[in-house]
Design a protein around this ligand. Structure first.
Ligand code: TRP
Length: 465
């Protein structure tokens, strides 16, 4: 749903002076990119798996410190240089590490998009089945596992989702999507609130509410922090160049601090709602059994159909809900595609059409590998993970800390915190400047290194996941 990110558009928008004013348009564009499967599908399963309230607490702390500092930095750097990440890094010199820093930011969305579409495909399947009135089947045990191990149907759903996203890119109807999303996103919030209230009031659900909202230090492990950190990057679309690009479209008088805060509140609000929809329901339907809580990526697809089935009118509720999730997922996917296409146009000098097809090729190729990983190739594991989980781990737990570290080093060694502050203060009071300084200077670099090492250690089994 973003109206940015390819050089042709960029030039024309600059020519017409049609930059984001920084108010509603910008916030909606960033929120549309931010709110997606990350909030509704990824956050609840990670919270369930990595310690409930403890995960939530760590997530909130990280978001208000790191998330805040990185969002501010990326947006300010984008606006300062007027460029997307590869260009933004290189506008500070031709050193090799600047090139690497820009590229690692640009490559992450290219690797996320394929598996994002695979999950988008699962949403397509569930929507389709609800529309057909198959709600009872969807709520039976084992339905989801059977579906994803049937590679052909999973592949078809994945291709439908990917092609829907690309049609929007190629047809250039993003503005239409933006207008629709102004209606659909608020509807999603209303439906999520209703479902959450229903879910929380089920018999036995209260234990789940407590598990999700009250931190229990017994549930803390280093993996809680690693997972929360990866999720924060993922959910806010951080450490992958998106905000550089958005920032480059921002007017000099747009209040960066205010819009950052609003996006944080909105994004986290949706994630917490999704948690309240799903986690208490897990307790109501399975008594909080550990195995169900650890279900991982399948959690949303297994628990929610049971909730809808017991709510009455499952066909209607399920259809409306998965339609909205599909919409939120599509807007995010489109933004992932746009960013990647813009990188090809700007850095490889390809035409927009060629770039779009190149990206479609990459998505279909890597996405198919993820689909097969649950079916025909289910014997293939990378470092003990399924192919889809591996891509998720590679981008979120390994590449994003490195990419964020590059941004920190760029600010500390080259740009200078004072320059960032100057840029922010063109339009904001920068109330949290002290916090920003401490995070960027000490906390962030040390912490990112620890996270990176812990991720590697967990892969090799040196620490328990
Ligand atoms: N933030 C999105 C979500 O929560 C997912 C996402 C990750 C994304 N990286 C992105 C979206 C880049 C757009 C662009 O679902």
């Amino acid at each position: 749903m973003k109206n940015e990110k390819n050089s042709v558009e960029k030039q024309s928008s600059v020519k017409q002076g049609a930059k984001f004013s920084g108010s509603l348009g910008y916030i909606l564009a960033v929120a549309g990119s931010a709110v997606g499967l990350g909030n509704i599908w990824r956050f609840p399963y990670l919270a369930a798996k990595y310690g409930g309230g403890m995960f939530l607490l760590v997530y909130l702390i990280l978001m208000l410190t790191f998330g805040y500092a990185l969002m501010m930095s990326e947006t300010a750097l984008g606006r300062m240089t007027g460029k997307s990440p590869v260009g933004a890094f290189q506008s500070f010199g031709n050193k090799k590490w600047l090139k690497v820093g820009g590229w690692i930011n640009a490559i992450i969305p290219i690797l996320i998009a394929p598996y994002y579409c695979v999950i988008g495909g699962w949403v397509v399947k569930y929507l389709f089945e609800y529309l057909r009135g198959n709600s009872t089947e969807l709520s039976t045990d084992g339905y989801f596992t059977t579906f994803i191990s049937d590679s052909l149907s999973a592949e078809i759903c994945f291709a439908i989702f990917a092609i829907m996203g690309f049609s929007v890119i190629v047809a250039g109807v993003k503005h239409g999507i933006e207008n629709v999303s102004k209606i659909v996103m608020p509807m999603l919030v209303v439906l999520a609130v209703i479902t959450a209230i229903y879910s929380v009031t089920r018999p036995g659900a209260w234990e789940g509410v407590k598990y999700f909202l009250i931190p229990n230090f017994k549930n803390f492990s280093i993996m809680t922090v690693v997972a929360a950190m990866g999720q924060m990057f993922y959910s806010l679309s951080l450490a992958m160049g998106i905000l550089y690009t958005y920032g480059s479209y921002l007017k000099k008088d747009a209040d960066i601090e205010k819009s950052t805060k609003q996006v944080e509140v909105f994004d986290t609000g949706i994630a917490v709602l999704a948690g309240l929809m799903i986690i208490p329901a897990v307790f109501a339907f399975s008594g909080g059994d550990m195995k169900t809580l650890q279900a991982g990526p399948s959690l949303m697809f297994i628990t929610l159909p049971k909730v809808f089935e017991s709510m009455g009118m499952p066909r209607i509720i399920g259809s409306v809900f998965f339609f909205m999730v599909l919409f939120a997922a599509l807007t995010s996917a489109i933004s992932l595609f746009e960013t990647s296409v813009a990188t090809f146009v700007d850095e490889l000098g390809l035409s927009r059409t060629k770039s779009s097809f190149l990206m479609l090729g990459i998505v279909l190729l890597l996405g198919t590998a993820s689909v097969l990983g649950f079916g025909a190739w289910d014997f293939v594991t990378v470092l003990g993970m399924s192919i889809l989980d591996f891509f998720d781990f590679l981008t979120n737990s390994l590449m994003m800390p490195i990419s964020a570290l590059f941004t920190c080093v760029l600010i500390l060694r080259v740009v200078g915190r004072d320059k960032i502050a100057e840029e922010v203060k063109l339009s904001s009071r920068f109330k949290r400047q002290k916090l920003y300084d401490i995070v960027i200077k000490y906390f962030a670099p040390a912490f990112l290194i620890i996270i990176f090492i812990s991720s590697i250690a967990s892969v090799f089994g040196w620490i328990k996941i």
